[in-house]
Design a protein around this ligand. Structure first.
Ligand code: SF4
Length: 467
């Protein structure tokens, strides 16, 4: 091992030298744009190291793997059992993308209780799947899962190799590798954020991990490591190491099963200015976009008198509109809203936009309804991966002059699908976390209103909701 340390030191020295000419950097700097090494410079694992790492990691995984519901699924050799296992791996891997294990467990268990097999999932509707997925975010994943299940059932056979799995919409290189290796024992690698972190440290790779050429290199290196006899276990072991011991900010190198093969650790021990957490290179995230929306929670009191309206929520309905089937939160239900410019966030500008929208879509204006209450409820910023959506939420409680039939005329709109749901149902249907938050804001607001004005006489003045 002493010899190896000297070799690494010598290489690091050579790299530092070369970095002056702008080609290689021995140590990555956080949030600094560095000239990444040419990917060809990242060498392969030595065959001795590969064998050692495989046996050490698999032994550690056998002893320390977390008990997770998708690992408990039958691993029998029958075709049906393998396909059930593949389905379980698929569902869990898709849910785990961008979501923490602890959050996924509950969703996974509910999903499997509802659709225990791929065939049962293929019989579900998009609406049912969206409801089950609500709160997990990245709703495109749920859509692709359903589409994929339908396609596989239609074709009659679960694809058993990574390359065949890639033919299913929504199954990318990572998911294909996970299903093929874990369920069908194909010796193919997986590369996710955890694997990138572990390999970056094992090889002290300081190249930008987001660059396409570097990503390709991680796949190459992961492919060298994967154990041909136990590919699924090995892939889970390396991901497990990244998720537990080899964490982003506090790696437990003292108890790591591959610490003897870890170059970042060796470098850090020989040079105080280098830390293992310097790997992988931290790349500044793309700046988030700020969007603004006027959100209008339209609550329809169906002819109730004002006193009753204030005392009970049970006979009121909310209007929900369905988002387009493509794009952000595709096909999900939300309260009516209008995207606005940052300069239009003051109350009067927002109300103008909302009034125009309600008239166009629902035929709601001063002729068709009486407004019992219209109040700003507050602002809420919902954070997506690349967008910060500032939502200005208002509540409009109204009574329809012509009864609910008047509203039904709006259903003719060819561009928007909408429905009305009562207060009880809205609590049980699957809503995105952003919509759920808005609904909670409304509930809190109404509670405060009741405390402040418990049984006051209703205002009878007919205020204009919409022009
Ligand atoms: S020794 Fe430390 S840095 Fe290296 S792989 Fe293990 S936990 Fe990660």
């Amino acid at each position: 091992m002493e010899v190896e340390i000297h070799e690494i030191k010598a290489k690091a020295k050579a790299k530092r030298k070369r970095s002056q000419s702008g080609r290689l950097m021995a140590k990555p700097s956080a949030f600094r744009s560095v000239e990444a090494p040419e990917v060809g410079d990242i060498e392969d694992f030595s065959s001795d190291n590969v064998l050692l790492m495989r046996s050490s990691l698999l032994r550690w995984y056998d002893d320390h793997q977390r008990v997770l519901p998708w690992r408990a699924r039958s691993r029998g050799n029958g075709e049906e059992e393998e396909e059930d296992h593949a389905y379980a791996v698929w569902v869990s891997e898709v849910m785990l993308q961008q979501t923490r294990v602890q959050t996924v467990i509950e969703y996974y268990n509910r999903w499997m209780a509802r659709w225990p097999t791929l065939r049962q999932l293929a019989g579900a509707t998009q609406e049912e799947v969206n409801e089950m997925w609500a709160g997990l975010g990245y709703y495109r994943r749920a859509r692709f899962l359903l589409e994929g299940a339908k396609l596989i059932v239609q074709e009659g056979e679960f694809p058993r190799t990574a390359s065949a799995l890639r033919g299913v919409r929504g199954i990318g290189e990572y998911t294909a590798g996970a299903i093929a290796s874990i369920a069908f024992n194909e010796a193919v690698p997986v590369v996710d954020g955890n694997v990138v972190r572990v390999i970056s440290r094992l090889m002290a790779i300081s190249a930008n991990p987001r660059e396409a050429a570097t990503v390709k290199t991680f796949w190459r290196l992961a492919g060298q490591l994967v154990d041909p006899d136990r590919p699924g276990d090995f892939n889970q072991a390396i991901m497990e190491l990244g998720a537990t011991l080899c964490s982003k900010t506090n790696p437990a190198c003292d108890v790591c099963p591959v610490s003897n093969q870890c170059r970042a650790l060796l470098l850090s021990r020989s040079n105080q200015s280098i830390k293992v957490i310097d790997y992988p290179l931290k790349v500044a995230k793309a700046k988030q976009r700020h969007d603004f929306a006027a959100v209008c929670v339209v609550e329809i009191a169906e002819g109730l008198d004002q006193k009753l309206l204030k005392e009970s929520n049970s006979r009121q309905t909310y209007l929900l509109v369905k988002r387009p089937n493509e794009g952000l939160l595709a096909g999900m239900w939300e309260f009516p809203s209008v995207l606005i410019d940052e300069k239009e966030t003051d109350q009067s500008a927002r109300r103008k936009m909302i009034d125009k929208y309600l008239k166009k879509i629902f035929h709601l204006d001063a002729k068709s309804c009486n407004v019992n209450l219209r109040e700003d409820v507050g602002e809420y910023v919902h954070v997506f991966s690349h967008i910060r959506l500032h939502m200005y939420v208002e509540l409009i409680n109204l009574t329809l002059k012509g009864g609910s039939n008047l509203l039904a005329d709006g259903e003719g709109s060819s561009t928007i699908t909408w429905k009305s749901v009562d207060d009880h149902s809205i609590k049980s249907i699957g809503l995105t976390s952003g919509v759920r938050k808005v609904h909670n804001m409304i509930c809190d607001f109404k509670k405060k209103q009741l405390i402040r004005r418990p049984r006051t006489a209703p205002r009878t003045k007919n205020r204009r909701p919409a022009s």
